[in-house]
Write a protein that binds this ligand. Structure first.
Ligand code: MN
Length: 191
């Protein structure tokens, strides 16, 4: 209540400095909110895309086995496709079975490779290193661009799942074959 005879307080004009501070605070909060709005839009777009995507069960028996060609493999090698690289995923996997004596040529993978041995006893070697025995349950971690080969032992077959990535449509760069002399340096399997 304003009593008669009292003088109303004069309205204070805020100093310019305060106005500028408030403006700066407002601009800052807007600039912080803008990316939030953008990320919310992106998240919504992702949700829309996810709503259109569905899991797929690749049924056993739906992907025919094929023989690996003699251009990059020695001996009898069977490839069973598991999953293909589908953008944006670059990873692909195959199950590869090498008959006794069969092996890859020397090669490298642009982002490396993981081998999960699922059956039998096989061999692998990186350039300059010893031939190593690999058995069901072993996992071979091969770094990018490390020259190597893998395959069966001379007397037993091996099956491994190979997980690799494509870089510019290339999953492996193939080199010379593993010579009989190199292959013969494998240790005894019972060691
Ligand atoms: Mn390899």
């Amino acid at each position: 209540m304003i009593r008669a005879g009292t003088k109303p307080l004069p309205l204070r004009t805020p100093p310019m400095e305060l106005i500028m501070k408030k403006f700066a605070a407002c601009a800052l909060s807007l600039s912080l909110l803008a990316p939030l709005c953008l990320s919310q839009n992106a998240a919504a777009a992702e949700q829309d895309a996810a709503a259109d995507a569905h899991q797929v069960v690749l049924k056993a028996g739906s992907q025919p086995s094929r023989k690996a060609g003699p251009k990059n493999f020695t001996g009898s090698v069977r490839v069973d496709p598991l999953f293909r690289a589908e953008a944006p995923v670059r990873t692909y996997a195959t199950s590869v079975t090498f008959e006794p004596g069969a092996r890859t040529f020397w090669h490298v993978h642009p982002t490396g490779q993981r081998l999960i041995v699922t059956a039998g006893v096989g061999l692998t070697q990186e350039w300059g290193g010893p031939v190593q025995v690999i058995r069901a349950g072993d996992v071979v971690v091969c770094p990018p661009d490390v020259k190597h080969w893998h395959g069966a032992s001379a007397s037993t077959s091996v099956t491994h799942i190979a997980i690799s990535e494509y870089v510019k449509d290339m999953g492996a760069r193939w080199m010379e074959e593993v010579s009989e002399e190199q292959y013969a340096k494998a240790p005894a399997l019972t060691d």
